[in-house]
Each structure stands twice: as structure tokens, then as C-alpha cells.
Design a protein around this ligand. Structure first.
Ligand code: ARG
Length: 466
């Protein structure tokens, strides 16, 4: 028996229709969730006296043996069944006979699949969260090591003001921190159990939905049965979380690609995370970063796909909703791979501190500070801005940086300069004077790193306690 229905049909399903309609080729991935949900359902049916204790126990034993056999590879999930729900139920009936036919009492595949997808998404949310925490650990280590690695901060991709590598990576730490908490929010909202909603209107059996919810670790049963079987908000939300993670990974990838280029040479990607060219022997390409950037489009596509699928489905369950699975699986797999690869790439990447510092020195990133110096000496800011602007022009012609100029040269632009100018525009001073909360100055950065490690520790501990 490869399908669960057929009583009211007098003809076989057209072969192409079967191929079109079946979902087992991709929903076989839900086998664990499906069995877990069925065990909770069968246990509840026994407790409620809807099935005899004996029937309920037989079913549970049968399901456990199916689970063990799939796990060991003894029972392959083959594609002749319509979906994973049919596969498990048909196998159960093969194994235990008539009691197996009672499992589906008070249940529909509509609430069953809604449950399976929530169980899957809940697990996926946690896995991505954990991978992100690993990535955060790597980022924090970079921040900790590079508190005094000076580099140019950019706006419009033009050198702007000096920052530190710690500060630059701190920005990514924040992005991924928001991603972690966003996943946690999604996890909280999805944690309601739809089983017991039946096809759409509940059932006439005295089901104990509270018991099922609790035994599957949900906070509550869902509140409305029609919504229970037709809601895929949590999947779309998860895809949204994943899309934003990809935005962040892609921006970081873009910077790594630039920084790894011959022009920047700020970083060197480890050989293990680079690839070569079949024709140009000198090449070492940042393919991993490029692919992460490239796969971002694919994850956005997954979210757009499900949003579009859901937007005009009348209540309650319609078959369109079978299209929820592939985008969720695809985006989850893609993001998991990308987060792990990014962590590995960063962990093994070397940073060229000398080149970064030189780039900051030669990019007039201290020009604002030089103007501020004149202001302190009593020159109005607008005049100071003009003086430094002319000095920058002079330096460009002479191929010098501001701090290469002699005191005489400084004086030729303004008598307000004194020999303390050199210290005032050194990268270290420029950075360390930036002390406001969130700025790159050493003291502010120390605070940021302290708060970040505290958060990471708490999050990691929380995961372990669960
Ligand atoms: N394979 C289906 C899905 O993923 C299971 C639910 C089938 N329900 C139905 N009424 N045909 O959506």
C-alpha cells in the first residue's frame, strides 16, 4: 500500500500526476519529526482511552522499530510512497497489522505536516543559532587580538578616519548578535503545537492537546485549528532571519575579497580556504567568500518563493503549502554551510597589520584630527578645514602623509602649529581620543569587548543548559 486513500476512487492516479503530487523525494527528511509526533499522538490516544493501552503500546513499539531501522539503514525510504507520513504509516501497518491502522485516529496529514515542519524549523533555528555563536567566538578573538591594529575606516569606500581592526570586526559582531536574538524570537513564536487541529476543524475525539504539546516540548497548543493547519509564518520568518544572516555574511565576504586583492593586501586568506586557476599559475582566488556572496541570492529567493506561495491561499490547508519544504531545507543547508565556512576562513586568515597601518597613515585619515588641533589652538573650524585641505593637496603633490611634514612645512600653512602636532595626529592618538560609547578608542573598545564576551558567554551557557 503506497497511498493512504483510494476508497472513493475507481481509477488509478495518472502517472505524471503521481510524480507531480508526491513529496516524499524531499519530505523524507522529516522522518524523525514524523515519528516523534506520532509517538506523542499514540501515547495521548492511549491515555485518553481513545485507543486501548495495548494498541497504543503496539503502535509506539512499531514506530520505535521503524525509527531504529531507518537509522541503521535497514529500512530505506523509497519514493513509491506519496509522502513521509504515508511511508511511516504504511510501514507501521506492515509491521503490526490492524493496530497500525488506528494511529491516524483524530489526526489529519494537515496537522501532522504542520507539526513536522514546526519541529524541523525549531531544530534548524537552534542549529543556526549555535553555528552563529561559534562564528561570534572567532570574531571576538580577532577583536581581542587586534585592539591596536590601526586601519582606515571608510565611507564611500574612501579612507575616512582611522579605526582599529577590532572596531571594524565589532560591527560584524553586532550584526550577528542581532541575528542570534532574531532567531531566538522566531523560536519563541513558533513554539506552539498544531497537532489536534485535525484537517481544519479539530476533531470529535476527546484529544488532550495540552499533553501532546507538553510532551513535544511546546509551550502551548495552537489556539485556532484553521490557523494551525494553514500557518507557515514561522517558516517565512525563519527564511527572513536566514536572509539577513546572508546579508551580513555577504557584506563581510565582499570586504574580505577586497582586502585580499592585490591592491589592498590587508589580509591573506589561508591556502585551505582559497582555490587556484586552471590557466593562471599565480592566482589564489577567494572563491569561498565569492560563493557565500553568491549564495545570498539563492536564500533571498527561498524566502520570496514561500512568501509568494502563501500570499493567496484561502483557508485552511491547500496543497500549495507542500511547497514550503524545499525553500526551508535549501536555505537552512545553505546558511549552515556559509556560517561554518566563514568561521573557518576567518579563523585561518592572516591580517597584514603593517599594510593596514600604512594605508591609514597615507590616506589622510587624520585630517579631521589635524583640523581639530587647530581649533584647540584658537583657529575657527571653517578656517582650520581650509588650511588642512590645502595641506592635503600639498602632500598629494609631494607624495607625503601629513605626519611626514617638517615643522617648517606646517608653519608655512599656519603659525598655530607647534611640535605637539605630531603626537596629536598620530594614529594612536586619533583613535584613542575617540572615547564615546561605541567608538574605537582603546577605553571604549575595551568596554565593547567586555560586554560582547559577557553576552557570548551567557548565550553559550544558555544553549548548554537546554
Ligand atoms: N505532503 C503534504 C504536504 O506536505 C502532506 C499533507 C497532505 N494533506 C492533504 N490534505 N493532501 O503538505
Amino acid at each position: 500500500m503506497a497511498q493512504l486513500w483510494g476508497g472513493r476512487f475507481t481509477k488509478e492516479t495518472n502517472a505524471l500526476v503521481k510524480e507531480f503530487n508526491d513529496s516524499i523525494s524531499f519530505d523524507k527528511r522529516l522522518w524523525k519529526e514524523d515519528i516523534e509526533g506520532s509517538i506523542a499522538h499514540a501515547t495521548m490516544l492511549g491515555r485518553q482511552g481513545i485507543l486501548t493501552k495495548e494498541a497504543s503500546e503496539n503502535i509506539i513499539e512499531g514506530l520505535l522499530s521503524i525509527r531504529a531501522d531507518i537509522e541503521s539503514g535497514k529500512l530505506p525510504i523509497t519514493n513509491e510512497y506519496e509522502d513521509i507520513h504515508s511511508f511511516v504509516e504504511a510501514n507501521l501497518i506492515d509491521r503490526i497489522g490492524d493496530d497500525g491502522k488506528k494511529l491516524h485516529t483524530g489526526r489529519s496529514r494537515n496537522d501532522q505536516v504542520a507539526l513536522d515542519m514546526r519541529l524541523f524549523t525549531r531544530k534548524a533555528v537552534n542549529e543556526v543559532r549555535e553555528d552563529l555563536l561559534q562564528l561570534e567566538k572567532v570574531i571576538l578573538k580577532i577583536m581581542d587580538t587586534h585592539r591596536e591594529t590601526f586601519m582606515p575606516g571608510f565611507t564611500h569606500l574612501q579612507k575616512a578616519q582611522p579605526v582599529t581592526l577590532a572596531h571594524h570586526f565589532g560591527a560584524y559582531f553586532e550584526m550577528f548578535r542581532r541575528d542570534v536574538t532574531r532567531l531566538e524570537d522566531t523560536g519563541k513564536r513558533l513554539n506552539e503545537c498544531p497537532l489536534g487541529a485535525g484537517a481544519l476543524a479539530g476533531t470529535t475525539y476527546p484529544l488532550d492537546r495540552g499533553f501532546v504539546a507538553e510532551s513535544l516540548d511546546f509551550d502551548l497548543p495552537t489556539r485556532n485549528s484553521m490557523d494551525s493547519v494553514s500557518d507557515r509564518d514561522y517558516a517565512i520568518e525563519f527564511l527572513g532571519d536566514l536572509s539577513l544572516i546572508m546579508v551580513h555574511l555577504s557584506r563581510l565576504s565582499e570586504e574580505i575579497i577586497l582586502w585580499n586583492s592585490n591592491e589592498y593586501r590587508f589580509v591573506e586568506i589561508d591556502d585551505g580556504y582559497s582555490t587556484g586557476s586552471s590557466i593562471m599559475p599565480q592566482k589564489k582566488n577567494p572563491d569561498v567568500a565569492e560563493l557565500i556572496r553568491g549564495k545570498t541570492g539563492r536564500v533571498f529567493g527561498d524566502q520570496t518563493s514561500l512568501l509568494t506561495t502563501m500570499k493567496a491561499i484561502p483557508l485552511a490547508y491547500d496543497k500549495d503549502m507542500q511547497e514550503d519544504k524545499e525553500p526551508v531545507f535549501d536555505a537552512f543547508d545553505t546558511v549552515t554551510m556559509c556560517v561554518r565556512l566563514m568561521a573557518g576562513m576567518l579563523e585561518t586568515m592572516s591580517f597584514r597589520e603593517d599594510i593596514m597601518e600604512k594605508s591609514a597613515r597615507h590616506g589622510f585619515t587624520n585630517a579631521t584630527d589635524a583640523a581639530d588641533y587647530l581649533v584647540v589652538k584658537g583657529v575657527p573650524f571653517r578656517d582650520a578645514h581650509g588650511i588642512i585641505g590645502r595641506m592635503v593637496l600639498y602632500c598629494i603633490e609631494k607624495e607625503k602623509s601629513l605626519d611626514d611634514l617638517s615643522l617648517e612645512e606646517f608653519h608655512s600653512f599656519s603659525k598655530a602649529f607647534d611640535k605637539d602636532i605630531y603626537d596629536a595626529i598620530s594614529l594612536k592618538t586619533c583613535v584613542d581620543k575617540r572615547l564615546t560609547v561605541g567608538a574605537p578608542g582603546q577605553a571604549a573598545m575595551d568596554e565593547e569587548i567586555k560586554a560582547s564576551s559577557k553576552w557570548l558567554e551567557e548565550e553559550t551557557r544558555e544553549g548548554e543548559e537546554e
